[in-house]
Ligand binder design. Structure first.
Ligand SMILES: Cc1cc2nc3c(=O)[nH]c(=O)nc-3n(C[C@H](O)[C@H](O)[C@H](O)COP(=O)(O)OP(=O)(O)OC[C@H]3O[C@@H](n4cnc5c(N)ncnc54)[C@H](O)[C@@H]3O)c2cc1C
Length: 364
């Protein structure tokens, strides 16, 4: 008898594996603990299936219904420093590790580069795939390379940062090759000399002030890495829903890009509507986009707020009362209910302002 270590279940409930707490089943569910499991997966018939979904910690996924295919859940653990010099440290970390634990570890060791991205619920795999960003920092600025397993060709492949094709909250793994490349580990390059803290992030329309303002309330200059992390945590706690209290995937829609002309038109009817140059909204790397001076990004949350959605609930789904871009649930709503509610908001925005909102979350 062959002993199979790789864990496979049928009709597995995903209710506790997605942050909305939607009650959906996976036809086949595979848990991978280590690289031996990948070899086993490679030799099994599972890869002959046609439909795959790689699941991280489910913080950015809405299941509208049961998943009629194979859900693969990588649980690879471990991290190690693979190189360092006077200025930098290179860390390889496996995709099943928790992002927040990594941030805390980096801050405790005085490694700079990810402290502004604290309190983003995520696995490493999810973070690298989604190109997470917050308070002026982006994961694409610190990822050096990504080790993957190609589920289609059944071979390992290393992606350089450039090959990840990073864009606004997306990557080649999220867009072009959805659930084809299983992220195994990533190498991060962090700074040992923290002389470039990112404290410039400023939400002009926010009631909660800027990062600098928050820092001044409890710390003294020169600020250190931990001060910045705490300041971001303070701001996030005031503004964002807690996953302990709500079913939430954070921001559900991306901020739309409109012409400057359209922005001026909208700002006559939407008070305090801000605009951001499209290359600067969440990115520091200017050459990434074809910057077009004709267009700006505008905050989707302000538009949704203007239409009266803030704090509005229908049954078990609602808009968080402190942030209109966060659609939350009491974890009793079905995937369809959440989706219908989201579509209602999209339709309302389209009819009122002729703007098509794109989903930031992964709708399955
Ligand atoms: C309260 C809250 C606040 C948030 N704030 C922010 C924020 O400030 N900034 C931000 O950028 N995001 C934010 N998010 C969104 C979310 O945290 C991120 O998108 C996160 O990276 C999702 O990670 P996950 O492990 O849960 O991935 P999942 O939701 O499980 O999956 C997300 C995507 O990654 C893919 N994926 C996951 N793991 C792997 C892997 N090992 N190999 C290949 N593909 C994989 C999935 O197939 C899917 O396409 C927030 C979410 C919540 C709930």
């Amino acid at each position: 008898m062959i002993y199979l270590k790789m864990k496979i279940s049928k009709n597995k409930s995903l209710k506790n594996l997605n942050q909305y707490g939607v009650d959906a089943n996976a036809k086949i569910f595979v848990e991978l603990e280590d690289l031996n499991d990948i070899q086993e997966l490679e030799n099994s018939k599972i890869l002959d299936n046609e439909k795959f979904l790689i699941l991280g910690d489910g913080n950015n996924i809405l299941f509208r219904d049961n998943f009629d295919g194979v859900v693969i859940k990588p649980k690879f653990k471990g991290k190690k420093i693979i190189k360092e010099d006077d200025k930098n440290v290179w860390i390889e970390i496996y995709s099943g590790e928790d992002w927040e634990e990594f941030v805390t570890w980096a801050v405790d060791n005085n490694y700079q580069g990810i402290e502004n991205m604290t309190m983003i619920p995520s696995s490493i795999g999810g973070a690298v795939s989604q190109n997470i960003a917050a308070y002026g920092q982006n994961i694409m600025d610190v990822v050096e390379s990504v080790e993957t397993f190609d589920l289609q060709k059944k071979e390992f492949k290393t992606f350089t940062n450039e090959e990840c094709e990073y864009g606004y909250r997306s990557s080649i793994f999220k867009r072009k090759y959805k659930s084809r490349f299983l992220l195994i580990s990533a190498v991060f390059k962090l700074n040992k000399v923290a002389n470039e803290l990112e404290t410039s992030y400023h939400e002009r329309a926010s009631r909660y002030g800027s990062l600098e303002e928050e820092l001044r309330t409890f710390a003294e200059e020169p600020y250190n890495i931990k001060d910045v992390m705490i300041a971001v945590q303070n701001l996030r706690t005031k503004k964002l829903p807690s996953v302990d209290e709500y079913g939430t995937c954070g921001s559900v829609f991306s901020n739309p890009v409109v012409t400057k002309e359209k922005f001026f038109e909208l700002s006559k009817i939407i008070s305090e509507l801000q605009s951001y140059p499209i290359d600067k909204l969440q990115y520091t790397r200017k050459d990434w986009f074809n910057v077009n001076e004709e267009y700006v990004k505008i905050p989707a949350g302000r538009i949704i707020d203007q239409l009266g959605w803030l704090g509005k609930w229908e049954g078990d789904v609602g808009v968080y009362d402190k942030h209109a871009l966060c659609v939350v649930t009491n974890r009793k709503a079905s995937g369809k209910e959440v989706f219908d509610f989201l579509e209602k908001i999209r339709q309302n925005v389209k009819e009122s302002y002729d703007i098509d909102l794109d989903y930031e979350i992964n709708i399955i």
